[in-house]
Design a protein around this ligand. Sequence first.
Ligand SMILES: Cc1cc2nc3c(=O)[nH]c(=O)nc-3n(C[C@H](O)[C@H](O)[C@H](O)COP(=O)(O)O)c2cc1C
Length: 217
Amino acid sequence: MPVISGNEIIDRLKWRYATKQFDPEKPIGEADWSTLEEALILTPSSYGLQPWKFFVITNQDLKESLVASAYNQRQVADCSHLVVMAVRTKMTEDDIDRLIDFTAEVRGIDREKLASYRHVMVGDIVHGPRSHDATGWAKLQAYIALGNFMTVAAMMGIDTCPMEGFMPPAFDEALDLEEKGYTTAVLCPAGYRKADDRYATLAKVRYPREEMIQHLR
Ligand SMILES: Cc1cc2nc3c(=O)[nH]c(=O)nc-3n(C[C@H](O)[C@H](O)[C@H](O)COP(=O)(O)O)c2cc1C
């Protein structure tokens, strides 16, 4: 017996929509926010490398100052919590070693046992073909966090809006990201919808399942 029934899951996914109007008077409670942060942390990533950092902005002045850099989309300021999903612009052998050391520590195993795992990661992400677009690779990982975050939020009755409509250089500058070795991948404001956001009641526009999913039996 699943913890949540199939019908309940589909209901929650239909309830979710890209929120255009957040109610600025409704903050997300601390316990709920903590759950959402844990969902971000538990997101899987390629090799488990977690090439990201999530900036959580609740400061109203800072949120307001970012609206213009998001093509005047008010969600950035009216949400309760603005998550700026940033990713590493470069991966080095030190990053791989950090994961190897941490894995050995957490799992209580000898670092030497992870030598081939280290070798594969370095040959792929640091020096291999994917090293030429480390940022692009890292951004793919950030979108997994985005999906995880939105789905968990929907299960909790919390609204979100995935956002690519912003100027990454402006966000990078405002948050001093270049210096820290990060760049902005995607935004996700979270909070509670305004009662009169008309987008909430629009029918979902999705191509038929038979077209999008093909079974090869
Ligand atoms: C990666 C991504 C970027 C998006 N960027 C924006 C955005 O900048 N502003 C916005 O209002 N909606 C944005 N959307 C919302 C989509 O338009 C919306 O998810 C899509 O039309 C499906 O509608 P629904 O989410 O309400 O079901 C974005 C969605 C995704 C997944």
